[in-house]
Design a protein around this ligand. Structure first.
Ligand code: NI
Length: 136
């Protein structure tokens, strides 16, 4: 029996969407307000879902305390109250769109899980805008 267990978390972070190799005008046309040179913030809401076989001894797929701790170490500690462009090495040369933030989070959490676990990341950047990444 493969079951999915999910854990929610959140972090507040600033970012700016732009490409260093584009003019300000082109960045403005593509990214609009998100290209503000002085950055802007979001309250990101994250759901990390782990799918795997139920362990017959514990009845767990993964101990949710362990999943919560992985999310804390890999996402909340390095991202919360940070400027993603300036403070997080993964975004030094990667535009911190919701899409890429979800991919970075997936990679950081996936490497902490057993290889036979599947992982899905859902990341809300606003109440209405969210992205999903499953490592495909
Ligand atoms: Ni934004």
């Amino acid at each position: 029996m493969r079951v999915t267990i999910s854990r929610k978390a959140h972090f507040n972070a600033a970012h700016r969407l732009y490409r260093k190799d584009w003019s300000f005008e082109k960045n403005d046309a593509v990214f609009g307000k998100c290209n503000n040179p002085n950055f802007h913030g979001h309250n990101y809401q994250l759901t990390a879902s782990v799918t795997g076989e139920i362990d017959v001894e514990t009845g767990f797929v993964i101990d949710v305390k362990d999943l919560a701790n992985i999310i804390y170490e890999e996402v909340e500690l390095p991202f919360d109250h940070k400027n993603l462009n300036l403070d997080v090495p993964e975004f030094e040369n990667l535009n911190p769109t919701a899409e890429y933030i979800a991919v970075v989070i997936w990679n950081k959490i996936k490497k902490r899980l057993r290889a036979d676990f599947d992982l899905e990341i859902v990341l809300y950047e606003t109440e209405r805008n969210f992205v999903t990444y499953k490592g495909e």
